[in-house]
Design a protein around this ligand. Structure first.
Ligand code: UGA
Length: 440
């Protein structure tokens, strides 16, 4: 089938490229000329595992092409997938003007049967507004809500192996067209759940908020483990083995970040409050996550004997998680700013995140060329992101380069026994050796 993706950012690009892999004829449209030029040269504009392979396989063939701006070449599209950004406004609500612009700009060039599929995360009620907007402008095209559940770092895998596909619609004809597009996946037994528009939109917010809730909860339990003398890794495993709970998203750490969880939970809180409904749980999750970096700094201070002024820190990892070059809402940003308030020296390294890091630290952050290099002379090494490369460091060799063999593993990804044997003094989140500090 013929599909156009409007917006070749994270969601649009991955989904567009992978739709061509499913056998469709895809056009990825963006108004950013630089982006489109790069894609035409088969250069990926985002860092994402396996994406370059698929881009090279289908890019500039009949199956996948890139265009800058709207034109009649999209006329024959069976569906227009809208995948533009919905940034957060100051009040926590989502800014929808890019979506409305994208719909109105593209509808002028498509045929009357073309279905508008809203992939961007939008507050419940938005698809209805889009449907009304189309009607007001004299177009009868139908709207389907199809939220995305791709994770950065494993988006290609997630696209091909979704837990479910959500399709919200008020039109059976439109629904049938979109189901045909997803047929290669539903043939492989991927479940398609059909709902009305507003429920589909809400499923996305509730999914992200619930996962954020799980993380905030397990982080609180990690703090309890430190006081009570239990082990958070074993605890998560033991709890997660209960199928009703599930083992995913039970890893304790420095708090959730990224471009989705923090934004979506705030948008859901805004929506809830606006409707005069209670948001007690959402409020707590937001508060707990916001408090996390400050609490972690207290833990670090206590671990290092409360004297950190003048000390040298090596920070390994800047991105909000491994597998991405994205620093948006990375908890590491606040951790570094809070450390700086204590007059410490920081050198940092991230395998993918350094190119984008300057703007988050006013060009103040000193980055090195390797994990090993930034650790030389350090009083403490902080593992802030769980990159596999940090697990594979030669810690025996590294110890000889450190001023003091202190390791603070905020992701519980290193081998504690090995490090202890080598003579390191270690701090792990939610484990017996941790020096607990109560949150205020
Ligand atoms: C998230 C959702 O997982 C996707 O389903 C959704 O499509 C996407 O948002 C979106 O709305 O676009 P993403 O932000 O890429 O995906 O990253 P996650 O893997 O979900 O991680 C989010 C944050 O939670 C990261 O900071 C991560 O370190 C943290 N996390 C995750 C934990 O602290 N513990 C865990 O057990 C899991």
């Amino acid at each position: 089938m013929k599909i156009t993706f409007v917006g070749s950012g994270y969601v649009g690009l991955v989904s567009g490229i992978m739709m061509s892999h499913l056998g469709h004829f895809v056009t990825c449209l963006d108004i950013d000329k630089d982006k489109i030029d790069k894609l035409k040269n088969l250069e990926p504009t985002i860092f994402e595992d396996s994406l370059e392979y698929y881009l090279n396989q289908y890019g500039n063939t009949k199956r996948l092409n890139f265009i800058c701006g709207y034109n009649e070449s999209i006329y024959e599209s069976d569906a227009i997938f809208i995948a533009v950004g919905t940034p957060q406004k100051d009040d926590g609500n989502a800014d929808l003007h890019y979506i409305f612009e994208a719909v109105i700009s593209s509808v002028k060039y498509v045929n009357p049967n073309c279905v508008f599929v809203i992939k961007s995360t939008v507050p419940p009620g938005t698809c209805k507004k889009i449907q009304e907007l189309l009607l007001q402008n004299g177009f009868n095209n139908q709207v389907v809500s199809n939220p995305e559940f791709l994770r950065e770092g494993s988006a290609v895998h997630d696209f091909l192996n979704p837990d479910r596909i959500i399709l919200g619609s008020e039109s059976n004809t439109a629904l049938e067209i979109i189901k045909k597009i997803y047929k290669p996946l539903s043939d492989k037994r991927v479940l398609i759940l059909e709902t009305d528009l507003i429920t589909a939109e809400l499923i996305k917010y509730v999914s992200n908020s619930f996962l954020a809730c799980k993380i905030a909860f397990i982080n609180e339990m990690a703090d309890l483990c430190e006081v009570i003398g239990a082990d958070i890794n074993k605890l998560s495993n033991g709890v997660g083995l209960d199928k009703r709970i599930g083992s995913d998203f039970l890893k304790a750490g420095p708090g959730f970040g990224g471009s989705c969880f923090p934004k979506d939970i705030l948008a859901l809180q805004y929506l809830t409050n606006n409707l005069k409904s209670d948001s007690l749980i959402l409020d707590s999750v937001i508060k707990a996550n916001a408090n996390r970096p400050r609490l972690i700094i207290k833990k670090i201070k206590k671990f290092l004997g409360n004297k950190i002024q003048g000390k040298k820190f090596a920070i390994l990892g800047l991105t909000y998680k491994a597998g991405t070059d994205d620093l948006r809402n990375s908890p590491v940003i606040e951790l570094i700013n809070l450390l700086w308030e204590n007059d410490v020296e920081i050198r940092a390294y991230d395998p993918q995140g350094m190119a984008k890091s300057a703007k988050y630290f006013d060009n103040k952050l000193v980055c090195g060329t390797s994990a090993f290099e930034v650790c030389i002379g350090a009083d403490a090494v902080i593992i802030a992101t769980e990159w596999p490369e940090f697990i594979n460091i030669d810690y025996q060799k590294l110890k000889l380069q450190l001023n003091s063999p202190n390791i603070i593993d905020l992701r519980n990804c290193l081998d504690r026994k090995m490090l202890s044997k080598l003579g390191y003094k270690c701090y792990f989140i939610g484990q017996k050796s941790g020096n607990m500090v109560h949150s205020e």
